[in-house]
Design a protein around this ligand. Structure first.
Ligand code: NAD
Ligand code: MG
Length: 390
């Protein structure tokens, strides 16, 4: 951050996940620029303890109560150890933070992300689900408390980089690139037989399980379309998606004069993370560089909405607005968990989401309480749809 103090104090919500771990790698290579205040996990206490030993935070939050008790029994960490949702919120809202990294997966990231932004602090945001379900409320909060979201998501991070020195009014459209996931060239007739391990094996990125499945269905890109709408105040028709299997261009912005700016780099999340942590400045890191001469070609083509209905469902949910993105997100989380638990086949994921979207009445401008209610209702309805499938 552009902070007058030399050392930036930060907390990482979800430090034991893929983004959390890579954020700590960036911090390790930042030569004392950052000080870690709080780290949090849901259940991964062993990794959390290793992180405590290495980064000496002031305290940790272990969301799961059983694992919190286990941690206390197993480790003699000389720091504050908290448990539960409220503790997560308190850490997120702590006045000691200069910056909060929001890297919890799914709807569970909504409340702490909002708490951090409402404390007037900037948030380096990986948890895209929070802006998908509460985009309007979050936008109002950032205005009211003068806080800023700097997206870690590589596409939005790329767009932010392209927009440096530009006026938002001169943006004609943004082009989100997508690798296409592991089933880009798979015949959809075979989607029914996809194994969990095949769906988790992303061709370009190594990520947490939920986002890996979202990338395989293209729901990840759908969530990112909604994320782009809120982050850059863009209408749906100004947000395009292009399949770009090489994953070298992380996204592009086309301006009103026909000029296109793109951000390129190796597919390594530490690069967008470091940009978000140091924003609006840059800092030297020795992450891998791309050798453009060794890349034979960069290819682009339109996504196939019939083959990947999740992307279309997300565009539709954004166009409908109101509570539709909440239903989209919650039914997707349930469907992805059901697939990972062996309860449904890969091809049934979009069917679960479509069912929930058709079943639940839309609510314009939902409040935070209503967001919670709609999320819970959608989970119940999707679970019962899944139970009836079997
Ligand atoms: P992950 O599953 O690897 O890690 C999730 C983290 O959240 C872990 O620390 C876990 O302990 C914690 N967590 C899980 N459930 C929780 C709960 N109920 N309460 C509190 N904490 C909980 O996930 P990830 O791949 O690091 O993704 C995190 C977020 O970043 C997601 O929203 C994802 O869409 C986004 N993102 C990830 C990548 C990537 O490369 N992994 C890229 C762009 C965006
Ligand atoms: Mg992304």
């Amino acid at each position: 951050m552009n902070n007058s103090r030399e050392v930036v104090k930060l907390s990482i919500l979800g430090s034991t996940g893929s983004i959390g771990i890579q954020t700590l790698q960036v911090i390790e290579q930042s030569r004392g620029k950052f000080e870690v205040l709080y780290l949090t996990t849901n259940r991964n206490i062993d990794l959390l303890y290793q992180q405590v030993q290495k980064f000496a935070p002031k305290g940790v939050v272990i969301r799961d109560y059983d694992m919190f008790k286990e941690f206390k029994k197993k480790y003699n960490a000389n720091i504050k150890v908290f448990s539960g949702e409220d503790a997560l919120d308190e850490v997120a809202a702590s006045s000691e933070n200069d910056l909060v990294v929001s890297a919890i997966v799914g709807f569970s990231g909504v409340k702490p992300t909002i708490s951090a932004l409402a404390s007037g602090k900037n948030v380096a945001l990986a948890n895209k689900e929070s802006i998908v379900v509460a985009g309007e409320i979050i936008t109002e909060i950032t205005r009211k408390y003068n806080s800023k979201i700097i997206s870690i998501d590589s596409e939005h991070n790329a767009i932010l980089q392209c927009l440096v020195g530009e006026n938002l009014d001169t943006v004609e459209e943004v082009i989100l690139t997508a690798s296409g996931g592991p089933f880009l060239n798979t015949d959809p007739k075979n989607f029914e037989h996809i194994q969990i391990q095949e769906a988790l094996a992303h061709p370009r990125w190594s990520m947490g399980k939920k986002i890996s499945i979202d990338s395989a269905t293209l729901m990840n890109k759908g969530l990112e379309v909604i994320e782009a709408h809120w982050l850059f105040n863009l209408e749906t028709d100004k947000i395009k998606v292009l399949i770009h299997p090489e994953s070298i261009i992380h996204s592009m912005v086309q301006f009103i004069d026909g000029s296109i700016k793109a951000q390129l780099g190796p597919p390594d999340m530490r690069i967008p993370i470091s940009f978000a942590l140091n924003y609006p400045n840059r800092f030297k890191y020795d992450f891998p560089r791309i050798n453009l001469a060794k890349i034979e070609k960069l290819s682009f083509f339109e996504p196939n909405h019939n083959k990947f209905p999740c992307l279309r469902l997300a565009y539709d949910a954004l166009a409908v607005g109101g509570s539709a993105p909440i239903v989209l997100n919650a039914s997707n989380e349930i469907a992805v968990n059901a697939f990972l638990g062996g309860k449904i086949t890969f091809d049934k994921i979009p069917a679960c989401i479509e069912f929930a979207l058709n079943k639940i009445n839309n609510k314009a401008k939902p409040s935070l309480e209503e967001i919670y209610y709609i999320d819970k209702l959608t989970r119940e309805i999707t679970e019962s749809f899944i139970n009836n499938l079997n």
